[in-house]
Design a protein around this ligand. Sequence first.
Ligand SMILES: [Zn+2]
Ligand SMILES: [Zn+2]
Length: 118
Amino acid sequence: MEKIKLKPCPFCSGDAEITPENLRDVLRIRVACKDCGADITVDSDLNRGSLESHVVNKWNKRAGDLGFCEWTAEWYNGDEYWKTSCKRDFVLEAGLPDENHYDFCPGCGKKIKVKGGD
Ligand SMILES: [Zn+2]
Ligand SMILES: [Zn+2]
């Protein structure tokens, strides 16, 4: 079988791995991120090869489909915080999200895009 290529996790860009599990009636394939545990599973009675590629396609599609979460710097009582397009507020120690090693929004899992800049 040709080697299946998984895209990195859409949430933390960690490595993903495939775990096939044989349940009683169905074969379940799980793709999970080794770092943050994000996963998808598909149950099927398809033969294993096509099921695996189906799951991999699903994972890879999700990794590519997420788009961006836009973060806008705001001020409140002299403290800076970030408003996000998924309607959450985050306070960072200092600096920009990427300087805090935030590549992905912890709220929605999309890649962070900083709006404007100062
Ligand atoms: Zn992850
Ligand atoms: Zn978000």
